[in-house]
Design a protein around this ligand. Structure first.
Ligand code: UD1
Length: 382
């Protein structure tokens, strides 16, 4: 799925160090089960509360680099990727406190940054680490960062991030294998993205908040997580308009303030539980969801014959009254069907009556689960 990092050598090395050393380094402590054993054949029944969106929390954490005032965040999900981002920020000098009673509250204070070099360990482990490039460049006038790593679902270039930041006046160079971007102050520019990349939209949007003048991003990504980041930036005093459409306008300001902000619910986690309810022939009520973010999946589940209801504004009920009918799915940028739900949807459709055609248009190598599903008896042909 998304950006999990099960084989990251950096985090594994950290896991092998003593607890004291890890804590001294402010490091993420990696706990990983060797296996997960699932005894199947049981319909899932019950109620589950969905956590905050990982893909919104990661850019929001990166965006805290833009301000020297304190930021309080709620609903930050307790995930490995969040630990990796926290570790990266700490290594830049950011103070981060996690509420002891409730570890989904974060207090972040980036008043003193002591480095413009993003530590290569976390950056190579997790692609979302590259989201610190725009904020560091805008705040410090320069950033040194390695090419990002991440999951093996495609080549995942960063050309659109670099195209946007250099269009805003950043000088680009390569130094000992690191990307170096420098600009005393970025300037607003009209930027057309060849593809509505989520990360490129976010990096450019964050950098534009402190640029001189107005930046317009055309063919911008419209994902809910981009909108959440824009709302967070505006809560700091930024002037971001049009997030959620294909044209985003950012009027640069001289400095940003602090704020208190709650991350949106995770539509991918919600979608995964919805598909789990359907695939097991169960009945699951999801709480803390935004049903408007789940429309592409709700529409497909209904097409297969599943019952999907929204009893209240922040709840979704999924019930499986029968074996699903086959449907075709094509992944697309939002509001199309999300690529991050494609593997789960494929597992579900493996159990459907009839043949489904699944077309992945976002990542060229996101069919690695096919082989495993076939080993479990699925009949899938790529
Ligand atoms: C984000 C999500 C990820 C999701 C993806 C698509 C986060 C942390 N991760 O990833 O879970 O699967 O959106 O919804 O939010 N591309 C380029 N050049 C670039 C950047 C991207 O060609 O500079 C291409 C990629 O190779 C890919 C496509 O654009 O084929 C989409 O990538 P992008 O939207 O950037 O995904 P991420 O932001 O990496």
């Amino acid at each position: 799925m998304g950006g999990n990092t099960p084989h990251c050598p950096f985090l594994l090395a950290m896991a092998g160090r003593s607890r004291e050393k890890k804590q001294a380094a402010g490091a993420a402590i990696v706990r990983r089960a060797a296996k997960i054993i699932i005894e199947g054949g049981v319909p899932l029944q019950g109620t589950i509360r969905i956590k905050g969106a990982k893909n919104a929390a990661l850019p929001i954490l990166a965006a805290t680099l833009l301000t020297d005032k304190e930021v309080a965040l709620k609903e930050v999900p307790p995930l490995e990727d969040i630990k990796t981002m926290s570790l990266l920020l700490r290594q830049l000098g950011v103070e981060i406190h996690c509420d002891e009673q409730n570890n989904e509250r974060y207090f972040v204070y980036a008043h003193r940054l002591h480095s413009f070099t993003a530590p290569p360990g976390p950056v190579r482990c997790m692609r979302a680490s590259f989201l610190v490039a725009g904020p560091l460049l805008a705040r410090l006038g320069r950033v040194r960062i390695s090419r990002p790593g991440g999951c093996a679902i495609g080549t995942r270039p960063i050309d659109l991030h670099l195209k946007g930041l250099t269009a805003m006046g950043a000088d680009f160079s390569l130094e000992d294998g690191f990307i170096m971007l420098e600009a005393r102050r970025l300037r607003g520019e009209q930027i057309y993205l060849d593809y509505p990349s989520v990360g490129a939209t976010e990096n450019i949007m964050m950098a534009a908040c402190l640029a001189e003048g107005t930046t317009v991003i055309e063919n911008a990504a419209a994902e809910p997580e981009v909108v959440d980041l824009a709302n967070f930036l505006n809560s700091l005093g930024a002037r971001v308009f049009g997030a959620g459409t294909s044209v985003i306008r950012v009027e640069g300001v001289n400095a940003l303030a602090g704020s208190s902000y709650t991350v949106i619910p995770d539509r991918i986690e919600a979608g995964t539980f919805m598909l789990a309810a359907a695939i097991t022939g169960g009945s699951v009520l999801l709480q803390n969801v935004l049903p408007q973010h789940l429309k592409p999946l709700m529409a497909k589940l209904k097409e297969t014959g599943m019952r999907v209801e929204t009893p209240e504004g922040d709840k979704v009920l999924v019930e499986a009254p029968q074996r699903p009918q086959a449907v075709d799915i094509q992944t697309l940028p939002y509001p199309g069907f999300p690529t991050d739900l494609q593997p789960q949807a494929m597992a579900f459709l493996s159990t459907a009556q009839g043949a489904s055609v699944i077309t992945e248009t976002v990542f060229e190598k996101r069919f690695r689960h096919v082989e495993e599903l076939c080993r479990m008896g699925a009949d899938i042909y790529v």
